[in-house]
Design a binder for this molecule. Sequence first.
Ligand code: NG6
Ligand code: CA
Length: 505
Amino acid sequence: MLRLALILTVLLTLVATELSAAKPNIIVIMADDLGFGDVSCYGATALSTPHIDRLATEGLRFTSGYCSASTCTPTRYSFLTGTYAFRGERTGIAPPNAPAIIKPGTETVASILKRAGYTTAVIGKWHLGLGNANGPDWNGQLKPGPLEIGFDTCFLLPTTNDRVPQVYVKDHRVLNLDPADPLWVGSKKPNADHPTGLTHRESLKMDWSHGHNSTIHNGISRIGYYTGGHASRFRDEDLADKWVEKSVEFIEQNQDHPFFLFFASHDIHVPRMPHERFQGKTRLGFRGDSIIQLDWCVGELMKTLDRLQLSENTLVVFCSDNGPVLDDGYKDGAIEKIGTHRAAGPYSGGKYSVYEGGTRTPFITRWKGHIKPGVSDQMVSTIDLPASLAALADQKISSESCRDSFNILEALLGKADSPGRTELVQQNNGNNGTYALRAGDWKLHRYDKKTARNVVVEQQLENTIVPQFQLFHLEDDPAEQTDVAAEYPEVTERLKQRLNQIITS
Ligand code: NG6
Ligand code: CA
């Protein structure tokens, strides 16, 4: 009898191990506005990111890892839905009162993994809208939202840290909202006396440089207006700690069965206001200090996995939602203190641009014991995570869903000779006629409005007049400095047609 029990236990353990190897936990850590050159494992020397570097040494560091857009909302939209954001409506940078952009019932990476038995959570920045067509009901039920597209739970910064309101959302509600102090959010000044970054500029602890001059909270003026909800308001300095606290809680609670955590850090988006213990840690100002804070968060997550003995049972993906920007609306010294640091590494452009700097970003996968540590030059993108993670979790996706997401799981896991993508469309913001197509080493830019933004990331944001189409050869010219469209008319034509085919299909 005892023997039978022993055999059964061994068998059950074997099955459990097999199951967990087949369905590892998954954590996607998405940084905000982090550039290719911003972390030390990608070449930064002005600061050191030991925890992100450790992920890279223990995992696979991609040299051609991309997000699909050079702004937040479209990248997050396509990461979740596996569909290029230019196919969807209102997928550009979402305003404070944006309704839910991804409709309930849409297949997402979360709904796929939930179906596979995972417990799913998003913790951190959302910026994909909340509520029905009328926008978020800040004092009531905030739905639809993440819970209607596959997440079991969420703990959110609902928009961005520079957009109102500065409150947390837990599942369907603003956290700790006092009904006696309702939250109002709008795009117009609520009354003549309402203090703003324009009327009370001298009171600010961080001055604005463009935009960002509406309602003041925590000494920082923001995009948009709000009143009320005082008991719910957070301090910018505490955001990273909160994401880590909630994530550790979630991992602990779900350590015994597969979980999916989308850790959506607000770092290093403006206003960069890291916790006091990180302030002044780098010579790059608060932009650098926020990178150190982000690195600390990565370290805390890894520490938790180690403590719970989950590191060999958890696939970690580290990526960014778009490339870097220095002055994105606040005077935080990012430009003045940049020195020789190159936020986009060897690439041109950054946030808002379809130069490589806009979307080619740090991209690391780690799954101890399953991914052989190294460096991969395969082209991979955040948009491929739905199809690839579906394959990992043994789930089928209907042909109408996740249509731009490719199963490149083997490339993500570094299996020998497993190819990544052969081509990728890059876009800047929403569906505004600015695209690029990388196909192998060729790169076509398309500017229907004939202007390109933020070509040199170390300068103030600006628009540059450009021809509608440009062609670059990335191997010879990674910084996309020499337009060779006239020299290679056939390649230009072929890529133009291919890009058009993808966009209009
Ligand atoms: C822009 C903001 C910028 C940032 C961006 C969204 C101004 C002048 N600029 O409109 O500061 O908030 O939107 O960034 O308001 S993202 O990373 O979330 O896409
Ligand atoms: Ca961003």
